[in-house]
Each structure stands twice: as structure tokens, then as C-alpha cells.
Design a protein around this ligand. Structure first.
Ligand code: HMG
Length: 388
């Protein structure tokens, strides 16, 4: 029985900073960002947006016409946790009106946890094929101002409906994993921004790719040449390009640089405009590939490389289903990206520095988001979410 991704939808804030604007303020050559790291824009969450509102906005379109009734589990992947105890998915569960018999749990391992959620979801569905599992991954990527990481911020959420006989991508059961205790990127509980050893993180990313791929090859009969396209974790586009060149070289691929680029270029389009969305980024890359493919991908095998700093990595594979085009949310996603508003550098700083109230008083938040769900207030240390 096939199990996999039945539908995919993503959401990002209505606001973004163009990296040209950042470069101008920093008196840096914009090509360092546009060419050197391969990014153009980064999403900035409004004061009344967070991982919960973004996740609910991403998932809502998958629940039309009673589609939520068979959802028995909601798995929420994030590294931008809003509570040490309560799973952010419990708020999403209410906002989406899911059944009170649906279980909810939050998963964490940097950017990797959405893939852990996907694999767990596939296992649950394989056990009970008439059920569906909703996987949501939602993050706000934040680094300190005036650090090399600043240009690689972003925000976004993705929702994947996992079912038997999926309409988009069948996920193969074989996976290759690699885990190593390293400090390339981390965020202690008391910090709002991540700490990162940037150059080291890119080296560990590539080492993990090699190790996860080698492990994958011991359990799967698929070789490099069996894949039509590859989706990589996307901290920034150039990272995926370097990773793919590296994997092609490891496999002594006869493909030209242009053919190698073709295998990943469509996965990079949305991320180039959104920035790093941590757990969500590889799956927004998958949506980008499926929705922007120059020809039908039906029947093609896709290779996935999921990486989470710290670190855990996984290489796995999937097959695109015949007729997948009918179930995409292409127009809505493009409208979402096209309708966004550019921020000036000062507006970006205002959003970046917007206070995060921790005093237990009542704080109303300004109605700024254009999304369906918003964080209306933080009162007595409780977050109050509303449907607009
Ligand atoms: P940096 O060190 O300031 O950048 O920041 P750089 O000087 O290395 O320049 C970057 C590239 O731009 C270089 O190309 C330059 O040559 C080029 P490369 O040598 O890499 O091919 N360049 C230019 N190109 C054209 N015109 C110009 C120009 N100037 C320079 N004028 C760094 C780079 C990655 C360190 C920084 O962005 C960073 O710290 N980012 C955050 C960490 C990160 O994203 N790491 C990625 C791997 S770890 C990961 O993916 C996990 C993560 O998502 C978190 C999680 O798992 O939760 C981060």
C-alpha cells in the first residue's frame, strides 16, 4: 500500500525585506546576497503573527469540505517554540476545528523535525490506512543584527496531509540517517535569536549529506541516476546548489553542470523570496518544484535531503503520482507571494525589535497581519489567538 503526501500548502507573512535594502543599509554589494547566497527577499513576521498563526493559515486550505474529519493526529514541527510545555499544535487544533479525538504533539530537532514528523505520520497511516495525519512545520528564522546570518532570516509554515494512496508524492520506506553531536547552530532557551558557527555549519551540512546518502544506499536499491529531481534543506539557495554539486561528484555523475542545476532549480524559487523557514523550508521547496516544473513530473523519483543542525540528517525518496497537478495550490501560493508588501530598512528594524511582552500584564497586539488567524493579545502569560 502506498503512503505519502496527499496535499501540500504553505503560508508566509505579508511582509518582507528585500536583501537589496539590507545590502544598502549595510553598505554591502547586493550581489553578495542575490548571487553569493542565492536569496532575494526574506519574510518578516508581523507583531500579531507567530508559528501558530502561520501554521493555521498554511493548514486551513487542506481542511475544506470536511477533509479534517479523518485527521487522527496533528504533528507540529518547530524550533521556534512558544512554550516549554504546551504543544503549539494544540492552539492550531482549536483554530482549525479538528476533532477532540485527534491527538497533538510537538517535535523538535532544528530544521530536521518536519521530516521526523513526516516519517512518523507515514508509519501511523500505514497502520491505519483510513486515517490521515496532518503535519505542520512552522518557524521564524532570526539571527542577531549585523551578523553574517542576518541575510538568511525568513519565516513560513507548511502543511502536509499524509494519507494512504496519496495524490502528490508516495514516500518510500527506505531512509538513510546521520546523527552527530555538534555545535554548528543552536538557540538556548533564554535567547530569541540563534547562535551559529556559519562556515562550520555549511561543512557539517555537506558531511551529513555524504553520510546520510551512504546510509541510504545500504538500504535502498535506488542510485543517483534514478532521481529526476532533488529537494534539499534550504537555509539559502546557494547551499542546495553546493550540496547537489557535491552529491553529483560523490556519485561520479556524468551530468553537465546545467543538467545538475535543472534537477534542483525549481525547488529554489519560493525559498528565494521567503528566506529560511527552518523546518518548513525543504517542503516549501517541494511545493516550489511541483508547482513550477517545466514539464510533468509524474512517475519521477525525487531525492530528499533533510538537515537539522546539532545535527540529524536524513536522505529519503519519493515518487510523484500521476495526475498530481490537479491537487496543487499553485495559484493561491503565487498570489500570496505576489501580494506581499516590501519593508523599508526602518520598518524591518521596527518589526525585528517589536517587544515580546514577558511581564504578565495584558498586551493587545496591533492588527497588522493579512492572514486569517492572528495573535490578538498576550495576557497573564497566555497567548490569545483569534480568527479574523
Ligand atoms: P558570510 O560568511 O558573510 O558570507 O556568510 P561569505 O563571505 O562566505 O559569502 C557568501 C558567498 O557569497 C561566497 O560564495 C562569496 O564568495 C559570495 P562561496 O565561496 O560560498 O561560493 N560573495 C559574492 N558573490 C557575488 N558578488 C559579491 C559577493 N560577495 C561575496 N559581491 C554564511 C555566509 C553561510 C556563513 C552566513 O549566511 C550564515 O552564517 N548563515 C546562517 C547559517 C546557515 O545558514 N548555515 C547553513 C548550513 S546549517 C543549516 O542549514 C541549518 C539551519 O537551517 C538551522 C537548523 O537546522 O535549524 C541554519
Amino acid at each position: 500500500m502506498s503512503v505519502g503526501i496527499d496535499e501540500i500548502s504553505f503560508y508566509t507573512s505579508n511582509y518582507y525585506l528585500d536583501l537589496r535594502t539590507l545590502a544598502e543599509a549595510q553598505q554591502t554589494d547586493p550581489d553578495k546576497y542575490y548571487v553569493g547566497i542565492g536569496q532575494e527577499k526574506m519574510g518578516m513576521a508581523a507583531p500579531d503573527e507567530d508559528i501558530v498563526t502561520m501554521a493555521a493559515n498554511a493548514a486551513m486550505p487542506l481542511l475544506a469540505e470536511g477533509a479534517g474529519e479523518r485527521v487522527t493526529t496533528l504533528l507540529f514541527a518547530t524550533e521556534t517554540g512558544i512554550d516549554q510545555s504546551k504543544a503549539a499544535g494544540v492552539y492550531v487544533h482549536r483554530l482549525l476545528g479538528l476533532s477532540s479525538n485527534c491527538r497533538v504533539v510537538e517535535l523538535k530537532q532544528a530544521c530536521y523535525s518536519a521530516t521526523a514528523a513526516l516519517q512518523m505520520a507515514c508509519a501511523l497511516v500505514a497502520r491505519k490506512p483510513d486515517s490521515k495525519v496532518l503535519v505542520v512545520a512552522s518557524d521564524v528564522a532570526r539571527y542577531d543584527l549585523n551578523t553574517p546570518g542576518e541575510a538568511t532570516q525568513g519565516c513560513g509554515a507548511v502543511a502536509l496531509m499524509i494519507s494512504a494512496k496519496p495524490r502528490l508524492v508516495e514516500i518510500d520506506p527506505e531512509v538513510g540517517n546521520y546523527t552527530e553531536d555538534v555545535m554548528d547552530f543552536w538557540r538556548p532557551n533564554y535567547r530569541a535569536t540563534a547562535l551559529v558557527d556559519g562556515k562550520y555549519s555549511t561543512k557539517i551540512y555537506l558531511k551529513s549529506l555524504k553520510k546520510a546518502w551512504e546510509n541510504f544506499r545500504t538500504v535502498s536499491a535506488l542510485t543517483f541516476n534514478d532521481f529526476g529531481h532533488f529537494c534539499y534543506h534550504l537555509p539559502f539557495g546557494r547551499m542546495a546548489q553546493k550540496a547537489h554539486q557535491y552529491l553529483a561528484k560523490l556519485n561520479k555523475s556524468a551530468l553537465s553542470p546545467e543538467q545538475q542545476e535543472y534537477q534542483i532549480e525549481d525547488t529554489l524559487l519560493y525559498n528565494r523570496a521567503i528566506g529560511n523557514s527552518y523546518t518548513a523550508s525543504m517542503y516549501i521547496g517541494l511545493a516550489s518544484l511541483l508547482e513550477n516544473g517545466k514539464r510533468s513530473l509524474a512517475g519521477e523519483r525525487i531525492g530528499f535531503f533533510s538537515y537539522g543542525s546539532g545535527c540529524v540528517a536524513e536522505f529519503f525518496s519519493g515518487k510523484v503520482v500521476e495526475g498530481y497537478e490537479r491537487w496543487l495550490h499553485r495559484d493561491r501560493h503565487r498570489q500570496l507571494l505576489d501580494a506581499r508588501q516590501a519593508l523599508s530598512y526602518d520598518e524591518y528594524l521596527q518589526l525585528y525589535r517589536y517587544p515580546d511582552p514577558r511581564d504578565g500584564e495584558h498586551h493587545d497586539l496591533p492588527a497588522v497581519t493579512t492572514g486569517r488567524f492572528r495573535l490578538a493579545a498576550i495576557s497573564h502569560h497566555k497567548r490569545e489567538y483569534v480568527v479574523c
